[in-house]
Design a protein. Structure first.
Length: 253
């Protein structure tokens, strides 16, 4: 049975690592590989390193942006270094594997891996709900991309075999908001805070990252995001009868 979790590789520079990741996925029952702006793909080197996992490569989606690669996902984990100066929910592969499988009941989940040399940027991490950390020997913590994907794929496979996917941390009547819903909310929130004079439009990044972390920890549902956007819309001054492209008023939902 295919495990419904996307593996997303961002800015991969060595095509051999794409093949190694595909092989790691195939051995553990994963087949949903997405590449964001790879330096080279398709590639003979990727095919050679895949060692028989050509079906994973054949079905690989190549995307221009991370937002495109995460479209439709409701729970996203980013494998990279910590955000400097900001608190972050950190999980190990063993801890997060059951959660990833559980969240797939309402839509796809994803694990995002960054560039070989620099990992994920802060902006890319801001699209994730948690940071994935693979425990290693402190004296030598270097894992190449294929190894990192193999560790995560192995833990997902064990969780699937053990039927270890619990119910989500809190019961919910509605599914989690999608990445696209949250991004639209963040754009709306930033614009409203700038218009209110609370946010400096010349330097909004640090505060907005903190607000993203706050809402990511809360794991808002679809209806909750609609309510929040309805509140923001109600706070926006506009001429009477003017049209709006924001979310509909959710107060009665």
């Amino acid at each position: 049975m295919s495990i419904p979790v996307r593996i997303v590789l961002v800015g991969t520079t060595h095509p051999g690592n794409i093949g190694a990741a595909a092989r790691a996925m195939r051995t553990m029952g994963l087949d949903r590989l997405c590449l964001v702006a790879p330096r080279e793909f398709p590639s003979d080197e990727a095919t050679a390193r895949a060692a028989g996992a050509g079906d994973v490569l054949a079905n690989t989606r190549v995307c221009t942006t991370l937002d495109e690669a995460l479209a439709g996902c409701r729970f996203v984990v980013g494998a990279s270094a910590r955000l400097r100066g900001l608190s972050w929910s950190t999980v190990s592969p063993r801890e997060v594997a059951p959660r990833l499988l559980a969240e797939c009941g309402d839509g796809e989940a994803a694990v995002v891996f960054g560039r070989e040399s620099s990992g994920l940027s802060n902006d890319e991490l801001a699209s994730c709900h948690a940071l994935l950390h693979i425990p290693t020997d402190p004296g030598y913590s270097s894992l190449n991309l294929g190894m990192a994907v193999q560790v995560v794929a192995y833990e997902l496979h064990l969780a699937m075999l053990a039927a270890a996917a619990p119910a989500p941390a809190q019961e919910r009547l509605d599914p989690l908001a999608t990445v696209e819903d949250l991004e639209r909310f963040y754009v709306h929130l930033e614009r409203t805070l700038v218009d209110a004079g609370f946010l400096n439009p010349a330097n909004p990044r640090h505060l907005m990252l903190r607000l993203r972390r706050l809402f990511s920890r809360a794991l808002p549902e679809e209806k909750e995001v609609r309510i929040l956007r309805g509140i923001l819309t109600a706070l926006e001054p506009r001429p009477s009868g003017a049209a709006t492209d924001e979310a509909p008023d959710a107060r009665t939902r």
